[in-house]
Design a protein around this ligand. Structure first.
Ligand code: NAP
Length: 294
């Protein structure tokens, strides 16, 4: 029997329905409209797609949205001034600066300038610190989405040998941290692998849950996993274009060779991707509620 497909598209759809209801209730009962601003510097095509999707999803859910498209040569000073303006704008509860930023801008400086109470991406050190301590905070969207996918698909994480491939600040490190915590979709025994890992296959073969975020198309193949593994493929790699110019996407997992051994697996596209944007919306609603003291 093949693997169960863990559909991020379906899970995201049900969370969005819940959010839509919550947003409508917030407006009706408390006159609160969650607001999100997205700031894009430059014209990177992938970033434009992401920002467009975030704006569109906000509108569908009834979230007020503002968008700034700034030229590539925007100075760090001007960007910081815009962030400060958004920090002070009471209509905006969430601020998202799309990464990567152009090389002449210090990314950390900009992210640290965002008010932690509006940091719906969960990248500010205050939120990262609270996350590590297991305190209430904005969780980074992709790891948050993975937790929801595991929980809503009924995957038992407690005691599970969990192997994370990749140690980036936005995926690998936070998901590893969240999964060792005493919480829903936590209590796992976690190993983190990266380019210095001596024997990758030794680790991947032991995994009950394998979370892959390396950015290398089809990196994990069927011979690297054990029967019954649950696979979460975070990778989004553009490996070509269709005749109509649409990007062809591949995950970090070789879906075809892994799916017959796995008990459950996320597809690409339609896996973690839709969850990331949805969790951004969830954080924005949370930010609005917090700002209103709800
Ligand atoms: P990243 O910052 O490039 O980090 C990649 C990590 O993988 C690094 O820790 C690196 O190790 C490790 N790695 C790379 N090649 C490796 C190899 N051959 N063997 C072992 N380890 C290797 O990437 P990221 O931002 O975490 O993103 C990873 C993937 O997820 C990308 O495809 C990205 O597009 C995707 N992504 C998707 C979403 C979503 O919403 N679906 C969100 C974020 C990212 P070192 O630290 O040793 O260099």
């Amino acid at each position: 029997m093949g693997a169960k497909i863990i559909s991020g598209t379906e899970t995201a759809k049900s969370i969005r329905e819940e959010l839509k209801t919550e947003v409508a209730e917030l407006k009706e009962k408390h006159n609160v409209v969650p607001g999100l601003v997205t700031i894009l510097v430059g014209a990177d095509p992938a970033s434009q797609v992401y920002v467009g999707a975030k704006e569109k999803t906000s509108k569908v859910l009834g979230i007020y949205s503002e968008r700034y498209d700034l030229p590539e040569d925007t100075s760090e000073e001007d960007l910081l001034a815009l962030v400060e303006k958004c920090n002070k704008n009471e209509k905006l509860h969430g601020i998202l600066v799309q990464l990567p930023l152009p090389k002449h801008i210090n990314e950390a400086k900009v992210l640290y300038a965002i008010d932690p109470d509006k940091d719906v991406d969960g990248f500010h050190p205050v939120n990262v610190g609270k996350m590590v301590l297991g305190e209430q905070c904005f969780l980074p969207c992709t790891p948050h989405g993975i937790l929801e996918l595991l929980e809503r698909s009924g995957v038992e994480t407690s005691g599970a040998e969990t192997v994370v491939l990749g140690r980036s600040n936005i995926v690998g490190k936070p998901i590893a941290n969240l999964m060792i915590q005493k919480r829903a979709s936590g209590n796992a025994t976690v190993t983190v692998c990266h380019t210095r890992t001596a024997d990758m296959k030794f680790h991947t073969k032991r995994a009950d849950i394998l979370i892959v975020a390396v950015g290398v198309p089809k990196f994990v193949t069927g011979d690297m996993v054990k029967e019954g593994v649950v696979v979460i493929d975070v990778g989004v790699n553009r490996i070509g274009k269709t005749d109509t110019g649409k990007a062809i996407l591949a995950g970090d997992v070789d879906f075809d060779s892994v799916k017959d051994k796995a008990s459950a697996i996320t597809p690409v596209p339609g896996g973690v991707g839709p969850m990331t944007i949805t969790m951004l919306m969830k954080n924005t609603v949370q930010a609005a509620k917090q700002a209103a003291g709800l």
